[in-house]
Design a protein around this ligand. Structure first.
Ligand code: GDP
Length: 181
């Protein structure tokens, strides 16, 4: 079955987003404490695709060796990904482009892994500011990329962007199915 991987810096709101997308309150553990999701979790959705919950990257307060271990873990997944269709890189909508995120997107580009950006915690900004932050972020990306990845604006606490993300996945799955037959 096709897989879609969700990844981002710790505390970006990944667990909350996964809970929103799967409509389950306590599926992925959320916590204010970074580094909670340490293993890869697969969630079967609608019996036709897997949501893959990858560990967060870019903790500020862990040792170099455990950082390396995480990196290895993540790259192992991407290198063995057979069913992976696309990754979603989560970015806190309030943040300016950060080296860890840019490096990670660079890595996906090098591996030719398709990805979209999911901006999280949109409820933390006013609508006008949302537009500006997203535009600034995208303009920054254009320094490194010829083409912008698709992006979604979400809030797990206000249930924003859920349908858009799920529709994208279901449309992509339909296309894959069509190509198969
Ligand atoms: P993870 O470490 O990436 O899995 O992040 P979590 O989902 O555990 O969320 C980290 C923190 O951000 C928690 O305190 C959440 O309550 C908060 N959070 C997550 N998503 C949202 C959101 O959409 N809006 C707001 N306001 N807070 C959020």
């Amino acid at each position: 079955l096709p897989e879609y991987a969700f990844i981002g810096r710790s505390n970006v709101g990944k667990s909350s987003l996964i809970n929103m997308l799967t409509s389950r309150k306590s599926l992925a553990k959320t916590s204010g404490r970074p580094g909670k999701t340490q293993l890869i979790n697969h969630f079967l959705i609608n019996k036709n695709w897997f949501l893959v919950d990858l560990p967060g990257y870019g903790y500020a307060r862990v040792s170099k060796s455990s950082k390396k271990k995480f990196q290895k873990f993540i790259t192992n997944y991407f290198e063995q990904r057979k069913q992976l269709v696309s990754a979603f890189v989560l970015i806190d909508i309030r943040h300016k482009p950060q080296p860890v995120d840019l490096e990670f997107m660079q890595y996906l580009g090098e591996k030719e892994i398709p990805f979209s950006i999911i901006f999280t915690k949109a409820d933390k900004l006013k609508p006008k500011a949302i537009e500006k932050h997203v535009e600034d972020y995208c303009n920054n990306l254009l320094q490194y990329w010829e083409e912008l990845p698709l992006h979604f604006i979400t809030s797990s606490s206000k249930t924003i962007g859920k349908d858009e993300v799920l529709e994208f996945i279901s449309d992509t799955n339909d296309e894959i199915e069509k190509l198969r037959t």
